[in-house]
Design a protein around this ligand. Structure first.
Ligand SMILES: [Mg+2]
Length: 103
């Protein structure tokens, strides 16, 4: 099985809450959708960016989404005593059960 490990920092200079990170996650997913739609020409506007530039913008927004999701995990651990490692194990088990991966 192929795995991608994501390691992102806790943003110590901020004071995120469950609500603020949820809103931020929606904002960042919106930005990801916007960059894909706009630069793939889905809005009808011609794109003047190269394929490489478009992919770089998509990756930048995707990493913003990941950072925000990880930030919400930190909030859940800190404020709600959630065991994220256990949740990740359960998630992988669910993916195996559904037949999406062999584990
Ligand atoms: Mg962004």
């Amino acid at each position: 099985m192929i795995r991608k490990t994501i390691s992102l920092p806790c943003l110590d200079a901020l004071s995120p809450t469950l609500e603020s990170t949820a809103l931020k996650l929606m904002e960042e997913t919106g930005e990801l959708a916007q960059v894909i739609g706009k630069y793939r020409g889905m809005s009808g506007e011609p794109s003047h960016k190269s394929q490489k530039q478009v992919v770089e913008l998509i990756v930048e927004e995707l990493v913003d989404v990941a950072q925000t999701a990880v930030t919400m995990m930190y909030v859940l651990e800190r404020e709600y005593d959630v065991d994220i490692d256990q949740a990740l194990r359960h998630h992988v088990e669910k993916m195996i059960r559904k037949g999406y991966t062999t584990g």
